[in-house]
Each structure stands twice: as structure tokens, then as C-alpha cells.
Design a binder for this molecule. Sequence first.
Ligand code: ADP
Length: 282
Amino acid sequence: KIIDPAPAEIAERLRDSIGSTYLVLSGKGGVGKSTFTSQLAWALSDSEKPEAVLAANPDMEAETTVAVLDVDICGPSQPRMLGCEGEQVHQSQSGWSPVYVSDTLCVMSVGFMLPRNDEAVIWRGPRKNGLIKQFLRDVAWGPQDFLLVDTPPGTSDEHLSLLTYLKQAGIDGAIVLTTPQDVACQDVRRILTFCRKVGVPIVGIVENMSTFVCPSCHQSSVIFPPTSGGGAALAAEFGVPLLGQIPLDPRIGKACDFGHSFLEEHPESPAAEAYRSIVAKI
Ligand code: ADP
């Protein structure tokens, strides 16, 4: 029997430098997985560690450090969303160095490896799996409180290998994104079942684009009416927490297009409040 050394090497790498590792998953594309990952990363990296943790560890830095790993090989969007498109990745003795976007936030993405922004990555399964493995094993993150992994949508081969590796490396769990629409929830059901099968803990469900708050009259409207209860019903069905409901706010997309933190630009908005409450739960 051939034993793959990668899971043990990945486990060692993550154990040495990362506090908590979360996968961000979605059943289908377009529900806002990458947007959520980037804005959650900004939000976490702007937060301070809980007072109880600091009191128990007086030598610990108060700032939270966050790393983002973008393994959405067919559509890597983190470099753009985190404002570091076109950066180069450097190789050091200890591995690939991530790109720093602030003192407390860094990112590694397949997007940095591509010659041009619009270059399509058409790779077959084994090559994709090889790169994912290499990313997990060879990035020299340095000490980070959180690692957020932005994954491709669906339940493909890449997921299976990614989840299997991360499960063996002892990741903390998956955060699963959906919109309230039944068609999105259907696909999320598949993802949740998939996590259960592989044995990856589910941290909770985030419902994105739950409502739309009109910028002029501040009235809240439901854009994608759920006929069977949306994220809340799904969370109840699988016995997992509903981590939050993020409203649809066009300024979120704009912030991502410019590589900015939405929370910093619009801290008083209902969407920023939703992100802060999710940060408090993870
Ligand atoms: P995915 O990674 O799931 O394919 P993206 O993060 O690329 O999805 O988001 C798809 C589109 O939806 C983007 O145009 C993004 O700006 C927009 N979007 C995502 N979440 C929100 C939100 N809460 N409010 C407004 N627009 C959003």
C-alpha cells in the first residue's frame, strides 16, 4: 500500500503556524463565497483577541492575524478582493512567502502564479490536486491566528482531496455559504452531506444576500424569497448553527472590486453588523 506523505506534512505545517483553519464552501458559484471570505478576513484582521484570552496569555499580541488561501483554481478572486492583484510570490528557504496586504492580513492565491489576470486555468484534476497539496504544504505562513481557505464551488474532485487532506491535518471546520433561494439551498445540502461523509466539522451556515436594505428609504426587502425557510431551515435540518445573515448591499461588491474592507468603509451598515456578529462566533 502506498502511503501519501502529504497529509502528515500538511498537518505539521498548519500545526506549527496556524491557530484555527476554516474552509469556506458553497454548493454553487455566485452565492458570494469569495466576497464573504475576503470581507471576513478583513473583519477578523481588524478585530482584537478576546480579553479573556489576552488576560490568560499576557505575552500574546492583541491583534488578530489572518491568512487567506485561495484555491479556487478556475476563478481566483482573492488578489483582486484583497487589493494585491499583480503581486509576485517569492520563494524563501522555508517555502513560498504569502503576499501581505496589511500588518495582520496575508494571502496566497493561484492568481499570483498566472501570467495575466484574464488567463484561464484549464487544468485536469491531478494537476489541480497537486497544486492544492503544494499550497497547503509549502506556504510559509508564519504565525497566524486564522487561516481561511476559499475553495472552488461544488463537490468536485478538488474538494474531495482538499477536504480529505485538511481533515487529516485536523482543520477546525467548514463555513458553508448559501443564499435564501431554494435552488442554492439544494446544492448546500449536498455540501453539508459531503462534509459529514468526509468527517469535516461544520462550523455553521451563513446566508448571504438575505435581504436588501434600500439606500434611500432604508426599507428592508427580500430579493430571493425562500419557499422553504432558507439558511435557517437548512441549519435546523442539519443541526448546525446559522452563523449569520448578510444583507445584499451593492457597496460590498464595490469594496471588493477596489480591494477594500467594506467594514472599514461602512461600519454602521447592517451588513457590517452581520460580519461583526459572525466574527464574534468563530
Ligand atoms: P462566489 O465566490 O460564490 O462565486 P462572489 O463572491 O464572486 O461569489 O460573488 C458573486 C457576486 O455577488 C459578486 O458580484 C459580488 O460582488 C456579489 N455579492 C456577493 N455578496 C454580496 C452582498 N452581500 N451584497 C451585494 N453583492 C454581493
